[in-house]
Design a protein. Structure first.
Length: 324
C-alpha cells in the first residue's frame, strides 16, 4: 500500500524509485528557480506550491506517469504542445518511460507565475478582473500577458485585453469598431482611436448582469477575426503642428530624421505635440524630443528600439534622459 501521510516534499520524493525521483526533482528544481517565493507543502498527498497564499503548481508520481497540475488556463495555453500526452481539464500525464519535457514544463511554470502574479497583486478591481478572466477563458481564448496586461488571443491574433484604470476596469476589443454593438456598450477611448473599443465596468454587479452579453460580444469578435472582418477605416485627419513646420524650415537634419520615422511613430509625436494648448508648450515638447527623433526612436520606444510596452522589452533599458 502506498504511503499517503508524507510530511515534507523530500520525504515524498524519496519514497519513489530512483528514476521517478529524477523526474520529480527536475520539476521541483524548475519551480523553485522560477518562483522562489512559492511556499512548498504537501497537499492532496502530493507536492504543492502556493504563491501569495493561492494554489500555484501541483505534481505527483504514479505507477506509469508523472502528473502535473497547473490549472486549466495554463494547460489551455499549451494545448498544442501537450497534445501528445493524456490530459484532463487542468492536468497532464508525462509517461515515466519517456524523457521528461522539462523545457515545456519550465515554460508552463513561467506562464503560470506571470499570470498569477498579475491577478493576485492588483488591489483595485481584483474581483471584477477575475470574473472577466473566467468569462474569457470560457470562450476558449488563449491567455497571455502583453503590455503588462492579460491579453486573450486566438491563433496568435489579439482579440481582447483586460485593463484596469483608476475609475473603471475594461475589456478592450482590438477590432471593436467592427462589432455591431447592439447594446451600445462600447466606448471610443480617444479622438485618435481607430479600431479598438472599450467595454467599461465600475463594479462587479455590472459584469454579473452582463455575462451573457459579454460572451456574445467576445464570440462575435472571435468570428470576425476568423473571417477577416475589418471596419474600413475612415481617412485619418492630417495633424499639422505649425511650430514643428517652422522648426523644420530652420533645421533640415531634424526634418529629415522625422520623415524617416515610420508613419505610426510620426503620428504619435504629432498627437503629443498638438495636444498642448499653448504654443510655447508645443515648442518645448518638440525641443525635448529632438534628440530622440534624430536617433530614430519613437515616443514610446526604449533606446533598444523596442516599445517599452512590448513584452519583448523588460523595461530595464536605460531611457534617454529627456524631459517629456
Amino acid at each position: 500500500m502506498v504511503k499517503n501521510d508524507f510530511k515534507t516534499v523530500d520525504e515524498y520524493i524519496q519514497s519513489f524509485p530512483k528514476k521517478t525521483q529524477v523526474h520529480l526533482k527536475s520539476i521541483r528544481t524548475a519551480i523553485k528557480s522560477i518562483a522562489p517565493q512559492a511556499t512548498e507543502q504537501i497537499s492532496y498527498c502530493m507536492p504543492a506550491y502556493k504563491v501569495n497564499k493561492k494554489p500555484f503548481i501541483y505534481f505527483g508520481a504514479y505507477e506509469k506517469h508523472i502528473g502535473f497540475y497547473a490549472t486549466p488556463n495554463t494547460h489551455e495555453k499549451f494545448f498544442k504542445q501537450l497534445s501528445k500526452y493524456k490530459q484532463g481539464k487542468g492536468s497532464v500525464q508525462f509517461p515515466l518511460d519517456e524523457a521528461l519535457p522539462i523545457e515545456l514544463i519550465t515554460k508552463m511554470i513561467q506562464f503560470k507565475l506571470k499570470a498569477d502574479l498579475y491577478f493576485t497583486k492588483s488591489k483595485q478591481w481584483q474581483a471584477e478582473i477575475q470574473l472577466l478572466r473566467s468569462i474569457l477563458l470560457d470562450c476558449k481564448l488563449e491567455e497571455t500577458i502583453k503590455w503588462g496586461q492579460p491579453c486573450y488571443t486566438i491563433q496568435n491574433k489579439n482579440i481582447v485585453i483586460i485593463a484596469p484604470f483608476k475609475t473603471h476596469c475594461d475589456l478592450g476589443f482590438f477590432n471593436g469598431a467592427a462589432l455591431k454593438d447592439d447594446k451600445q456598450l462600447l466606448v471610443v477611448a480617444g479622438k485618435h482611436t481607430q479600431d479598438s473599443r472599450q467595454m467599461r465596468f465600475t463594479n462587479l454587479k455590472e459584469i454579473e448582469q452582463l455575462k451573457s452579453v459579454i460572451r456574445a460580444y467576445i464570440k462575435e469578435a472571435i468570428e470576425n477575426e476568423k473571417n477577416g472582418v475589418k471596419l474600413i477605416p475612415a481617412e485619418k485627419n492630417e495633424i499639422v503642428v505649425e511650430e514643428l513646420e517652422s522648426i523644420f524650415k530652420k533645421d533640415a537634419p531634424f526634418k529629415k530624421a522625422f520623415a524617416a520615422l515610420t508613419p505610426g511613430r510620426q503620428r504619435a509625436y504629432l498627437i503629443h505635440f498638438s495636444g498642448a494648448k499653448q504654443s510655447e508648450t508645443r515648442i518645448n515638447r518638440i525641443h525635448n524630443y529632438r534628440q530622440r527623433i534624430l536617433s530614430g526612436i519613437g515616443i514610446n520606444d526604449c533606446t533598444c528600439g523596442l516599445s517599452k510596452r512590448m513584452p519583448s522589452c523588460d523595461g530595464s533599458h536605460k531611457q534617454l534622459n529627456l524631459k517629456k
